[in-house]
Design a protein. Structure first.
Length: 136
């Protein structure tokens, strides 16, 4: 069987009388479908309760935001409830703490430098070079 035979068979009256006729005037989708999860109007049309759910969530979010703000304000406002003497004592303690930390860090720096000099002298000694006197 060749292609010409196949075309003649398909176009024959016997086959064409059995095959469904060609459909004309097929309507395509004129209106694009909207995503209800992104389009509020479509969601409200599908689910009339959606507007109430949105408003409830918005109010709950606002209430929680205000509650968080008040909580943070209360935590940060510790110094507002202190007397003048208590504030001065707190400031003095903070200054002393910072001074102590600076002292610890400077001692660490000095010990690191001393250890580095000691290790440098050990390296020179291992290579057989002259070594500077090391003080502890």
């Amino acid at each position: 069987m060749t292609n010409a035979d196949l075309a003649r068979l398909i176009n024959s009256n016997e086959v064409q009388s059995v095959v469904a006729p060609v459909k004309d005037n097929r309507s395509t989708h004129e209106v694009q479908k909207k995503n209800a999860l992104k389009n509020r109007k479509m969601m409200d049309r599908l689910n009339p309760n959606a507007a109430l759910v949105r408003d409830t969530a918005r109010k709950a979010n606002e209430a929680n935001r205000q509650k968080r703000a008040e909580s943070l304000k209360a935590k940060r406002g510790v110094s507002a409830s202190l007397s003048k003497d208590q504030k001065a004592a707190l400031k003095k303690r903070k200054v002393a703490s910072r001074k102590w930390i600076q002292g610890v860090l400077s001692n660490l720096d000095a010990s690191y430098q001393r250890d580095a000099a000691y290790n440098k002298n050990l390296d020179r000694l291992a290579r057989g070079e002259d070594v500077e006197e090391f003080e502890e």
